[in-house]
Design a protein around this ligand. Sequence first.
Ligand code: ATP
Ligand code: MG
Ligand code: MG
Ligand code: MG
Length: 469
Amino acid sequence: MTSTNDIRRTFLEFFEEKGHARVASAPLVPHNDPSLMFVNAGMVPFKNVFTGLETPPSPRAVSAQKCVRAGGKHNDLDNVGYTARHHTFFEMLGNFSFGDYFKEQAIEQAWTLLTKEFGLDPDRLLATVYHTDDEAFALWKKIAGLPEDRIIRIATKDNFWAMGDDGPCGPCSEIFWDHGDHIPGGPPGSPDEDGDRFVEIWNLVFMQNEQRGGEIVGELPNRNIDTGMGLERISAVLQGVHNNYDTDTFRTLIDAAESQLHEAATDATIASHRIIADHLRATGFLIADGVLPSNEGRGYVLRRIMRRAMRHSHLLGAQTPLMHRLVPTLVGEMGQAYPELVRGQTLIEETLEREETRFRETLDKGLRLLDDATQSLGAGDELDGEVAFKLYDTYGFPYDLTEDALRAQGISVDREGFDAAMANQRQAARAAWKGSGEATDSEVWFAIAEREGATEFTGYTATQGEGRV
Ligand code: ATP
Ligand code: MG
Ligand code: MG
Ligand code: MG
């Protein structure tokens, strides 16, 4: 079996041989973009290169970039443990051309890597193109020999990439793998495309236009290529498993938890195991990059991830803190590719142990309160927002943890009631400390992002007015 570490190496070497400079992963906290919570794609460290503000390291680059999609514009937190293909932390493999090669070579290289280097069956691959991109459609036919019914035209934003309202943009082409008709789900563009049968493995972005105010105003003088392939997804394909969580890295992490708990995962507990393994990676990598749990901003996203995992470890019957005991396995699995994990190991372990010890003091009581409050509720019902707020305020339950805890029973949470209770408390606090401006900008941003379902962090200035009393 090809290991995930080998697959990462093969990808990097394949593009290095084709003249790409290998660029190390940037830290998860973006240094060049205050509008982003975490780096969530391989192109993020190159944003200024694509807009022309910085000169490229080389006309071609290749990287394996650490990404987190929890909080912010792309938020996959609620998918974790429930789909076969989403993580909060994952690695995005990417090759980039800065004004160098374009569409034809990008498609040609991708196809060669997948079908020759990796040896994938061409009959199980599909491609989507933006509905107006006849050029890409023709190239998939010519280069890959894909039949027309496996080149799918998509008219939505899924196949049109833009950096924002102003800047480079262009059509993209996503490559899908058919995991087989024993798995529910339809091809891209069909009503049941969200199933896990056809899994998107690679996205090729063809930056060819320029936008001003959300309108295309012309062609870019220097056309660029930006691609992103999820390492965990291609590993699943190459290791012959359907679910990312059945790949070597995740199996090793889940095995470690099973042996710590002296109990094998069952159908009833596997989701908890997957969530723990996923959140362990996110936690480890975020702490290694300098994020610590706190009550605001990035630190609160981390705390939410940690506490969610801790509830699941409690659910699995762990009598004492579990998460920190899994860190050596994580470091063993990923420390060679990411030495910051080795350097940060002690800090990661100590932070996890402290946080889990503290949270356990209130977790039990909070869960009991939740049990009482849901006694008379069933599927389709809603938990009182005041109760969710009490859990948050008194027992340290992040809102989404309560939501996650009730999901299996089909009970939802009254978000408006929760927000109202929160607003009341803030107002009372403001009245008590009149004029001292307690709410920090990031606290305010976070409150708004939570309420709005996490849009992109637009920087401190956009929220300042609201935060000042
Ligand atoms: P999906 O539609 O499956 O949510 P996406 O279109 O949001 O994926 P992109 O933004 O195109 O993903 O990112 C490029 C690649 O990164 C995807 O093709 C996929 O392989 C991988 N990827 C994206 N999100 C995740 C995630 N949450 N966990 C693991 N891999 C991911
Ligand atoms: Mg997505
Ligand atoms: Mg997609
Ligand atoms: Mg995509």
